[in-house]
Design a protein around this ligand. Structure first.
Ligand code: B12
Ligand code: SF4
Length: 443
């Protein structure tokens, strides 16, 4: 993405994604905000600074960038870029400081860079308005019980917690109340369409792949989960809009693969069945993957339609193979139900990978071993272990009412689990084993 030196005359709103963030695909959140605002005649320019600097860096830095939870890099990224990519950095700063409103998409991994950049922008342009949004504002909101830290609160003119479209539009028009917008969700999602004019896939490593979104929110309320805190209500986009996105990306970007970024693709089974049937009718088959919840009664017909429409992988959150732990997690199924679901996936010819949490509060050694035993015993049914992580407590969740498992014990269980599934010859995604554990990799 070239960063020019002059602000676009008709655009006075900039949206930024700072490093460090997953660099492989164009960001969906900012594309949705741009689409919504531009449909309402607000000129918006999206700056994926994560992509801009990632592309400007050498292979060593790129490798560290792709490591999930690399807190060393996250803390150091601003000084590293100042040092190693000074002219890129200064160009970007000059460009951004011409806008009157700059919105930041906040993730835990890019908080540090955002802090430094806001300081510099304010020093260059005293009138600039700063808006913060994204999943990290929600985490910070729950973490501080609604007050935010002084640094975050004072760095922003407006803070959006939850969905961004409506509150950001209100702020731009001066129709907002107070400094914090809380979960101001649209009634439905018929008005939201992503727009990628500033950040097409060509500059991303996976240029033949595009993200898609069918729904926001989740229908379930698993105890440990932070995703359910991002939205209050579950809503779906019209099926026709998803089909139009697919058609547009195929035509405009020659996209071959599609990744649904929904928390779960099967929140409403009937809607999913309709989506798949319409994909088949319009395109035959398009290769797609998604996250899915275990719904033992989902029925083979929909699963077969998913396969027919091109589904080549599902990421399925089993989380535990022990019934006591599953109950404590409020997963809403038993291990027998999970097994039935896996069997149905296999029967439909669907490939999938599962995720596991070890050391969940209240998990005894016996529970842990039962979970491991279930997974290994069903290795013929489970094509891949996608993710194994020790339990991480996030603010806003209520899982810790039960007796916590110590960090060291959880890490021991993690190591043991990984060793045993490897010994059993199960296929694993190495990069996702312990990807919620903070790393301190130097560069
Ligand atoms: C798809 C996904 C992935 C994919 C792709 C990554 C990506 N490009 O997002 C993969 C699998 C690679 C991934 C990996 C990880 N992910 Co992830 N992922 C998601 C997921 C499910 C969807 C992201 C998305 O695009 N949503 C749709 C868009 C529309 O939403 P959005 O970006 O949040 O934007 C909306 C609002 O937040 C807001 N908004 C956003 N920016 C701004 C800016 C302004 C100014 C305003 C006003 C509003 C606003 O408005 C937008 C539209 O309403 C989210 C959970 C979720 N349901 O959102 C987690 C999520 C982003 N991931 C998360 C995490 C922790 C990770 C990992 C670190 C660990 C993990 N869980 O595996 C790794 C990181 C890998 C790496 N190397 O860096 C966390 C981030 C938490 C945080 N506070 O930072 C989330 C929120 C899940 C969670 N735990 O709650 N992830
Ligand atoms: S089904 Fe998945 S996204 Fe929904 S609450 Fe449970 S863990 Fe979270």
């Amino acid at each position: 993405m070239p960063i020019s030196r002059v602000a676009h005359p008709s655009k006075n709103v900039a949206l930024c994604l700072c490093p460090v963030f997953w660099p492989m695909l164009a960001p969906l959140g900012l594309s949705f905000l741009k689409g919504f605002l531009e449909d309402r005649a607000v000129g918006v320019e999206v700056f994926d600074l994560n992509n801009y600097f990632y592309n400007a860096c050498d292979e060593t830095l790129k490798k560290a960038w792709r490591v999930s939870n690399n807190v060393f890099l996250e803390e150091k990224i601003h000084s590293l870029l100042q040092e190693r990519r000074r002219s890129h950095y200064q160009d970007m700063l000059r460009r951004l400081s011409c806008f009157s409103i700059v919105g930041f998409s906040c993730f835990k991994s890019n908080l540090s860079m955002r802090r430094a950049l806001i300081r510099e922008l304010r020093a260059r342009n005293k009138k600039i308005k700063i808006v913060l949004g994204g999943p990290e504002t929600a985490r910070q909101y729950f973490r501080t019980r609604g007050t935010f830290t002084d640094e975050i609160f004072s760095s922003a003119d407006y803070i959006v917690v939850g969905e961004g479209e409506k509150p950001f539009y209100d702020f731009i028009r001066g129709e907002h109340k107070g400094k914090i917008a809380l979960f101001q969700e649209l009634r439905g999602l018929a008005d939201v369409r992503p727009r990628y004019d500033d950040i097409g896939p060509a500059s991303y490593p996976k240029r033949d792949t595009m993200p898609l979104l069918f729904s926001r929110g989740c229908v379930k309320r698993c105890h440990f989960c932070t995703e359910r805190l991002l939205y209050q209500r579950f809503r779906e986009r019209p099926v026709e809009h998803v089909l139009q996105d697919i058609a547009e990306y195929k035509r405009r970007y020659k996209t071959r693969f599609f990744v649904f970024y929904d928390s779960l693709i099967n929140g409403r089974v009937d809607s999913l069945a309709l989506l798949c049937a319409r994909i088949v009718a319009r395109f035959g088959s398009v290769p797609w993957e998604a996250q899915a919840a275990i719904i033992p009664g989902m029925g083979g017909k929909t699963l077969k339609k998913m396969k027919e429409s091109g589904c080549y992988n599902l990421f399925v959150g089993l989380e535990s193979g022990c019934d006591r732990t599953l109950r404590r997690m409020r997963k809403g199924y038993s291990r027998a139900g999970a097994k039935k679901f896996f069997q149905q996936l296999r029967d439909a010819g669907l490939h999938f990978g599962i995720s596991i949490i070890v050391g969940y509060p209240g998990e005894t050694k016996k529970d842990f071993l039962e979970s491991l035993e279930f997974v290994v015993a069903n290795k013929a049914l489970i094509p891949k272990i996608e993710q194994v992580n020790p339990f991480v407590h996030y603010d806003g969740i209520d899982a810790t009412r039960a007796e916590p498992v110590s960090r060291s014990e959880a890490l021991r269980r993690h190591e043991f689990f990984v060793r045993e599934i490897t010994r059993a010859g199960m296929k694993v995604t190495r990069a996702f084993l312990g990807n919620l554990v903070e790393k301190h990799d130097g560069i």
